[in-house]
Ligand binder design. Structure first.
Ligand code: KG4
Ligand code: ZN
Length: 343
């Protein structure tokens, strides 16, 4: 239960989205995301451009969230911001802005771990899981499977050893000439392609001494796509013209199968039947469908945030901060940005 007497502004600026949200009366009443357009021509996020864009967007984005909530700054009883992990310059903009606002208003400040924010994104809307629950976080920067217990206790059961799942989608999208970020485009094309067109290696690490771990490796599948395209030689353009959707479907199928099989194993091993899938890649239609199918088959309950709370947003930071405040956590105004923070 989120504290009903709290009116909180949350800011998220860890990567290339400038986001602000307002939580009041125990629920999120405004969530605004200004996606930066400056990176489109570069094939990825340019850190220096991201922090400059945050500087321009932070005030209008916060003002838009306050207006959407129908409140003013003076109504706020707390301020929260993401302090890591993420791009240092980007984090500093949102964090410094939020600490200064909290100082000016003489209200408590709460720093939130971005990954914790993704985990708690399943509490923005109902229904939400009960503790303990298993959480698969699949984003552009992280891929991990965590057991979440009450009181902000997290046990990591598995994680990627190299690239994140979203990173693999983006790199494969780039190889196929689909622009950046590739994830949503690969998803859309995969819906019309044949998943059996080409068999790519599984991103799930093999069993060691008969013991199946819950770790992943996504760099191999990205390299396999590259080698496959190189092996086509002069036929490459013709094959791409005819089979890009089939390649997207085959790649996505391998990724989804690995993620869902690890999830099923984690449910079996822990006996926990409340399961969340969060982060940008949880927007993927193939992953959503396969995870729901597994939930129906194995008898666990699946929670996936609404699409706008799967990708980066500040509503998830607001909800996490509300949980923290309810548990008595307040951060000092000396809190630093921590670009390499882990959960
Ligand atoms: O959570 P997020 O917005 O940012 C990070 O914290 O990283 O995740 C962004 C990632 C990107 O890699 C993007 O390509 C991927 O999520 N993504 C998707 C889809 N929508 C976003 N990947 C696959 N299918 C999608 N529909
Ligand atoms: Zn994220």
């Amino acid at each position: 239960m989120l504290p009903p007497d709290l009116t909180l502004l949350a800011v998220e600026s860890s990567c290339d989205d400038t986001a602000a949200a307002v939580l009041t009366g125990g629920r999120v009443v405004a969530s605004v995301v200004a996606s930066q357009r400056v990176h489109a021509g570069f094939g990825g996020v340019v850190p220096e451009l991201a922090s400059r864009a945050h500087q321009q967007l932070i005030v209008p984005t916060v003002e838009a969230a306050l207006a959407e909530a129908g409140i003013t700054r003076d109504d706020l009883t707390a301020v929260a911001a993401t302090y890591g992990p993420g791009l240092a310059g980007s984090l500093l903009v949102g964090l410094s802005f939020s600490k200064a606002l909290a100082l000016g208003l003489s209200v408590p400040f709460v720093g939130v771990n971005h990954l914790e924010g993704h985990v708690y994104s399943v509490f923005v809307d109902e229904p939400s899981p009960s503790f303990p629950f298993l959480c698969l976080t699949v984003s552009g920067g992280h891929t991990q499977l965590v057991l979440v217990e009450e009181g902000f206790r997290h046990t990591t059961l598995g994680r990627t050893r190299d690239d994140a799942a979203g990173e693999a989608f983006d790199k494969v999208g780039k190889l196929l000439g689909l622009g950046y970020p590739g994830g949503p485009v690969v998803d859309r094309l995969a819906a019309t392609g044949d998943p059996t067109y080409h068999r790519f290696p599984s991103p799930r690490l093999p069993a060691v001494n008969g013991v199946k771990g819950l770790d992943f490796s996504f760099s191999g599948i990205k390299t396999a796509v590259r080698y496959h395209l190189e092996s086509l030689g002069a036929d490459r353009e013709a094959v791409l013209a005819a089979h890009t959707a089939d390649l997207c479907a085959s790649f996505q199928h391998a990724v989804v199968r690995a993620l869902v099989s690890a999830l099923r194993d984690a449910v079996r091993e822990t006996g926990v039947r409340e399961v969340a899938v969060v982060g940008g890649v949880s927007a993927n239609t193939g992953l959503r469908a396969a995870a729901q199918e597994a939930a129906d088959r194995d008898g666990f309950r699946l929670y996936v945030p609404a699409l706008r709370y799967s990708v980066d947003n500040a509503a998830m930071i607001a909800v996490t901060a509300a949980f923290k405040l309810a548990a008595g956590h307040v951060s000092p105004l000396t809190l630093q940005a921590e670009p390499a923070l882990r959960l």
